[in-house]
Design a protein around this ligand. Structure first.
Ligand code: SAM
Ligand code: DTB
Ligand code: SF4
Length: 322
């Protein structure tokens, strides 16, 4: 079976095909949004949004060549390398995020994979952040056998590891690791009993079929990710994708809606790129089924929408935090 087909379709649901997902995309916009909103209301409280704070615990200097990433050592971007942050700094950021209203704290490191000695320090961070009463999430790159189990023992709630795009487009975006490596880490996380956060990026020059292919990968997992971040490419100067054509906003909303329909039980997170989106576009994304955001003035190396503006938007739309 080629790698981009489905390793483990759910025993209870028939495998979805990219053609079926494309048919969803191709519906009239209003029909698609109506359907997505109906699915959303069956599974979730319709006016509640979950908020995750994001914090870079180790920045830049990554060995990988992901064309969208400002932290790759292979691209000449304005990002300065920084070593693993001390525990006290991470804890202060987590306390601040909690005070502002985040329910989850996601710590990201620009690694191909964590070394065992680094993992020991990260485990201390997970323990300390959890003790504040926050949910914890890590994104550290690929995991070696046994590492997911150590993170589970430390009490980690979520591990983020995105597939980013369809399997057949991935080699055009990353050459230093393979799609199969990403799938393997996701499998290890699932088997260790940690919840999965996995999504992708749009606006990288991919086709609608690629966007459909990414979503179908998740839909056909035996247990789809609990959390699915949909990022819009942030065009950092110096990236190989810095001049990628902007994705049409309605196509972005369609992607959220198809994600909601194919992944009815997953929280869909309106992720990177929100800074550039109008309040009206974000409201359409929420109507299409997005029910989570990254909350806080920074993402990893780029700006996020300001928390004050987010809170004003929530008030205008009658949305409440989880
Ligand atoms: N190194 C780890 C990895 O690759 O999984 C964790 C960090 S990596 C920055 C996490 C995710 O951020 C990527 O998988 C990608 O989806 C997202 N991301 C990175 N740069 C981005 C950008 N310029 N625009 C939108 N999303 C981006
Ligand atoms: C995810 O899907 N998006 C976040 C998080 N998971 C780690 C990262 C977004 C990064 C945006 C570009 C930057 O700030 O470097
Ligand atoms: Fe960026 Fe992660 Fe790729 Fe490294 S592995 S270049 S941090 S996306």
């Amino acid at each position: 079976m080629p790698e981009h087909q489905f390793a483990c379709p759910s025993p209870s649901a028939p495998a979805r095909t990219a053609e079926q997902a494309l048919a969803l995309f191709e519906q009239p916009f209003m029909d698609l949004l109506w359907q997505a909103q109906a699915v959303h209301r069956l599974q979730f409280e319709p006016n509640q949004i979950q908020r995750s704070a994001l914090f870079s615990i180790k920045t830049g200097g990554c060995s990988e060549d992901c064309k969208y990433c400002s932290q790759s050592a292979r691209h000449d971007t304005p990002v300065e390398r920084e070593p693993l942050k001390p525990l006290a700094e991470v804890l202060a950021a987590a306390q601040d995020a909690k005070a502002k209203g985040a329910s989850r704290f996601c710590m990201g490191a620009a690694w191909r994979h964590p070394k065992d000695k680094d993992l020991e320090q990260v485990i201390e961070m997970v323990r300390a952040v959890k003790a504040l009463g926050l949910e914890t999430c890590l994104t550290l790159g690929m995991l070696q056998p046994g590492q997911a189990e150590r993170l589970k023992l430390a009490g980690l709630d979520f591990y983020n590891h995105n597939l980013d795009t369809a399997a057949d487009y991935y080699p055009q975006i990353v050459s230093t690791h393979a799609y199969g490596d990403r799938l393997q880490t996701i499998d290890q996380v699932r088997h260790a009993g940690i919840k999965i956060c996995s999504g992708g990026i749009v606006g990288m020059g991919e086709t609608r079929r690629h966007r459909a292919g990414l979503l179908v990968q998740f839909a056909n997992m035996a247990r789809p990710p609990e959390s699915v971040p949909i990022n819009h490419l942030v065009k950092v100067p110096g990236l190989p994708l810095a001049d990628a054509e902007k994705l049409d906003s309605f196509e972005f909303v369609r992607t959220i809606a198809v994600a909601r329909i194919l992944l009815p039980k997953s929280r869909i997170r309106l992720s990177a790129g929100r800074h550039e989106m109008s309040a009206e576009l974000q409201a359409l994304c929420f109507f299409a089924g997005a029910n989570s955001i990254f909350y806080g003035s920074d993402l990893l190396t780029t700006e996020n929408a300001a928390p004050d503006l987010d809170n004003q938007l929530f008030a205008r739309l009658g949305l409440t935090p989880v």
